[in-house]
Design a protein around this ligand. Sequence first.
Ligand code: FMN
Length: 374
Amino acid sequence: MSYNTFGHMFRVTTFGESHGAAIGCVVDGCPPRIPLSAADIQRDLDRRRPGQSRFTTQRQEPDAVKILSGLFVDEASGQEVTTGTPIALVIENVDQRPKDYSAIKDLYRPGHAGYTYDVKYGLHDYRGGGRASARETAARVAAGAIARKIVSGMVVRGALVQMGEILIDRKRWDWEEVSRNPFFCPDAEAAMRFEEYLEGVRKKGSSVGAVIEVVAEHVPPGLGAPVYGKLDADLASALMGINAVKGVEIGAGFGAARLTGEENADEMRMGKDRKPVFLSNQAGGILGGISTGQPIVARFAVKPTSSILTPRRTVDRFGRETEVSTKGRHDPCVGIRAVPIGEAMVACVVADHYLRHRGQAGEPVAWPFPPRAK
Ligand SMILES: Cc1cc2nc3c(=O)[nH]c(=O)nc-3n(C[C@H](O)[C@H](O)[C@H](O)COP(=O)(O)O)c2cc1C
């Protein structure tokens, strides 16, 4: 039994842990002849990379990707393209510091996975959390960069929309802003508030949670399969599988419980191009587990980093009560670097469903259907 693989036709298997030699993945099922280079993957990895501001861990990992297989230079174009065979890629770990963790070698960090891994496997890789470390998510981001290329025209973007009690003002949402501040925040004013707030949190050696929104645009309608392959169910599973994620919403999400049927109805009209236009998007682009063609909107909540300086009560591996305070290098808000990870997981799930849909249903049906004669 092994659970290091996700996806059906676009299949990703990741390997590696925080303090091992390297992390990486094998992506199987990528169609052939798609232009792909290490630079395409590096671009996304650089957005997730640690040590880029004082608001993320100071672990210095260049996260340089090396593609080992699955590419070939196409003679006609001179470009590197996918061959349809497994794409294996590796990212070396270069800045491990196991000594940072020696003081907590036998202790469980409340909120971290040490206790459950130990109970399950009888081993405690205290060095940065081992496989439970979010180092592994670099491999997901790399896979996501490949996934983005499969669905032609698809754009997947993410943004941090809440940090602790501070919410962005959605009226000020500007996608351009996301790359201008260290928080992936689409609201310039909220980003300034985040900065001041997180500086205080960081100086105290504490941490805080966050909410991330991911929007996938230009996703074709018809992706997702009832009833056990629903697109929203698979997105929820993929996002929930990111470290520290404690909640996922699609569209209006939990807010839908407060709406009336009228408010929640995404009314329809015909657009000029003979495609339907939805007048709102409470559904988050998915109905009956199938994409509508509207933007797919998913949000996920990330808990505060469990590694904090403030002493917390815990027990050790030998059943003794004690206290733990975690020194070393940690993100005061892991939600920040979770933004590109969320984008990658959404891209992987949509790409997988795109290939699954093509496999089962082939060419799209000619919609709308001609009216029946009376
Ligand atoms: C980008 C990112 C970075 C993380 N860095 C840390 C960290 O430095 N220290 C820590 O205690 N947890 C960190 N985490 C969270 C842990 O990996 C996670 O909480 C832990 O494995 C327990 O799993 P769970 O929270 O999903 O139940 C990080 C999570 C993400 C998404």
